[in-house]
Design a protein around this ligand. Sequence first.
Ligand code: AMP
Ligand code: MG
Length: 325
Amino acid sequence: MKCLGIESTAHTFSVGIIDDKGNILFDEKSVYKPPLGQGIHPREAAQFHTENSINLVKNALKTVKIDDIDVISFSMGPGLPNCLQIGATVARFLSVKYNKPIVGVSHCVSHIEIGKLMTDCKDPVVVYCSGGNTQIIAYVGGKYRIFGETEDIPIGNAFDVLARELGLEMPGGPKIEELAKNGQWVDLPYVVKGMDLSFTGIVTQCKRLHDQKVKKDDIAYSFQETVFSMLTEVTERALAHTNKEEVLLVGGVAASHRLQEMMKVMCSGREAKSYSVPDKYAGDNGTMIAWNGILAFKAGQKMKVEDTTFIKDWRTDEVDITWLK
Ligand code: AMP
Ligand code: MG
């Protein structure tokens, strides 16, 4: 069985094709980059996706014939409405034109499932940290429950806002990781509230330090150490609470070597194991949507075309995980 999956929640339009053994047959993406100093403009990102979607779908169907595709899946949310609309429309078009079943899947759950597919972990505490989300998640009783999350901006977004402030290019995370290698410690706020996290105050303090001419390297180092320590602390509590023995890092920020290292150290102290999704599948990609499509479709999920809208605020813990029940 093969699924063609479409991702379009934010900056990335991507098409992936995967079979039910987990073999990836096609994976291409185009990524909208806002002008230097600016965030994603939803309408411009959607326009970008509209223009790029045609070629990506054409390439995908040159690689795997449409006759060999069993099901179409698309990212149904959460995300930017203008962008979600494009992916849903392209998926709907393919479904109707070629008479293929269609299933909408959760972007967040797809990040988790591609991480599980690509590592050996079975039942992890998931640290989902990306440009649009920051959640500590574990599967309990039919749902992926959220044990802790950001109270304001997502961690990847915090990296990007700080990077813009420091005059660095997008995406900001890798640039800050590079600068941090030569940095020294300066004090920053550390904001963990119960199991939740807050990043905006830390970014504001970093901006102040930048105005006071503190070295960029030192700001980058201290920022990275602080926010990753916060994430690691909450993850350790989730491990203790759920009695699970694995941690899985997913989402774009999972590509950070420093975060991977911190989680490894924390896990080794608890005889737990730490995994990270491979870099290529850490950021948004169509393959993860296709894989979630396979899981959902095999579990009996499919949708009527008229129901294939999008849910812009679809929370991870609202999704029915039919394939694990
Ligand atoms: P996603 O939203 O999943 O596509 O992930 C993109 C986000 O990951 C952006 O906010 C990046 O700044 C962030 N990111 C990528 N690499 C790193 C890194 N090495 N350290 C921190 N953040 C990163
Ligand atoms: Mg994402």
